[in-house]
Design a protein around this ligand. Structure first.
Ligand SMILES: CSC[C@H]1O[C@@H](n2cnc3c(O)ncnc32)[C@H](O)[C@@H]1O
Ligand SMILES: [Zn+2]
Length: 442
């Protein structure tokens, strides 16, 4: 049978079932989908590929899913370090965004972010930022998969003057682009409980149900957020969202470092997804998400980098290692979050959080060919007793050699195929100059 691509590799780590490692196997791709995962010899006997890829030192994994980021903020990488969340936002990031965020900022920031993510094996990202229409158009150019948040906030920005305009512009983006690309979907993205009023949240709840869109929100990020909620609303933010009937599998709650035992039970009972952003939580000193307890409770926990301005990279492979190590010390248990589970968080769990578990997140027949190849033949990976533990505890994103999304190659031997690195770097220089000369005084 003629097929588009046959990728023969030293190892294949399908992620489903969790922990499985297949040796000397091949992934067969046709019309953008996986039609076979089988021993190389059998694959070559059954299929005549138009493109044969032989990767004798590599592991094939499902493309990583960055379940929470603000991609365009990559232009603000390193702008304001060593600050707690609200100081960082109110006195540094938001003033810069008011001054500089524009269509060109979001275009250039997204291109830089996608170049970095593709080179790190990320094939799908869940975004929350201004000018979602620009993000969608750049995602289409790059060939990545993305869930793009239609943001809502009470505060005025260059993109919208207030809730009504956030809704009108967001709905216009949805109408214009909803059918633009099969790899792009939209969600509602109310920024956070402390910046979105009950009436606006209620309108999101209604529209999300009518439009069958998920909801993506920063939630329980800091103790200060909890205190402010109790002072303003008399309840903790999660309880407020429960009263507004938000809790369910369509809700993706980001950070969740401040959780009581009862709230963990509520999350499990209602199927709310959690996105864990360990490096952002640590860099802003926000707290520790009790990941091991959430997983034990059966809660879907995905992984996110947050924006590069509070990380400061978009390295989900590094985030996976951080999550695995941090979970152990937070739980006081070296067996917490084993490597295979951390890999699931960075792939299939992210797919689940975005409602895409039928499409991506594992290497299975019928799923989209969203695949990353990792070269594990470096001296730094030897002796290679266990490919999954190597992937999580010793490999780096710089070993990602090739990436496919829906069978389209976005990275070939570490070279981007859909984005122009030189052009992206040239635009970075312009933004470096703009943002560094215009930094508000601390
Ligand atoms: C409304 S667009 C997104 C908005 O969120 C800001 N942001 C970036 N990182 C965080 C975070 O960790 N918690 C809360 N808000 C964050 C970003 O600067 C934009 O203004
Ligand atoms: Zn965020």
């Amino acid at each position: 049978m003629q097929v588009d691509t046959l990728i023969a590799a030293r190892w294949i780590i399908p992620v489903e079932p969790e922990g499985l490692v297949l040796e000397h196997h091949a992934v067969v791709v046709n019309d953008g989908r996986i039609i076979g995962v089988l021993p190389v010899a059998q694959a070559l006997a059954l299929y005549q590929p138009r493109q044969l890829e032989e990767l004798p030192q590599h592991a094939l994994i499902p493309g990583f899913v960055n379940a929470h980021t603000h991609a365009a903020m990559t232009l603000m990488r390193g702008v304001a370090n060593d600050l707690p969340l609200m100081d960082w936002l109110q006195n540094h990031i938001w003033p810069l965004e008011q001054r500089w965020v524009s269509e060109s900022f979001v275009r250039d920031g997204n291109d830089l972010a996608m170049a970095e993510m593709i080179r790190g094996g990320i094939t799908c990202f869940n975004d929350m930022y201004f000018y979602p229409e620009i993000t969608a158009k750049r995602v289409i150019v790059a060939g990545m998969r993305a869930t793009i948040g239609l943001i809502v906030a009470d505060f005025p920005t260059a993109w919208a003057s207030g809730p009504d305009e956030y809704f009108s512009r967001g709905l216009a983006v949805f109408d214009e682009l909803r059918a633009a690309a099969p790899l792009v979907q939209f969600s509602f993205a109310p920024h956070a409980p402390y910046t979105v009023s009950d009436p606006a949240l209620g309108r999101i709840r209604t529209l999300a149900a009518e439009m069958d869109l998920s909801v993506h929100i920063h939630l329980h990020e800091t103790a200060n957020e909890i205190d402010k909620s109790i002072a303003s609303h008399g309840v903790r933010p999660l309880k407020r969202l429960q009263r507004l009937e938000f809790l369910g599998p369509q809700l993706t709650s980001v950070h969740m470092t401040q959780l009581t035992d009862e709230e963990i039970i509520l999350l499990a009972q209602t199927g709310v997804n959690v996105v864990h952003c360990p490096e952002s939580n640590m860099k802003l000193a926000s707290g520790f998400c009790p990941v091991a307890r959430l997983l034990e409770a059966g809660i879907n926990v995905a992984l996110g980098t947050d924006g590069a301005a509070s990380n400061n990279d978009l390295d989900l492979m590094g985030e996976m290692r951080t999550a695995a190590l941090l979970a152990k010390v937070v739980a006081g248990d070296a067996g917490a979050l084993p490597a295979a589970r951390a890999l699931s968080m960075a792939t299939l769990n992210g797919a689940k959080a975005l409602g895409l578990e039928h499409e991506i997140g594992s290497l299975k027949n019928g799923k989209s060919a969203d695949i990353a190849a990792v070269n594990l033949n470096l001296l730094e990976n030897q002796p290679l007793h266990d490919p999954i533990s190597d992937l999580v505890y010793s490999a780096s994103r710089h070993q990602i050699s090739d990436v496919w999304v829906a069978g389209r190659r976005l990275l070939k031997n570490r070279e981007l195929t859909t984005l122009d690195s030189a052009e992206i770097l040239a635009r970075c220089e312009i933004w470096l100059d703009r943002l560094s000369t215009a930094q508000p005084s601390i």
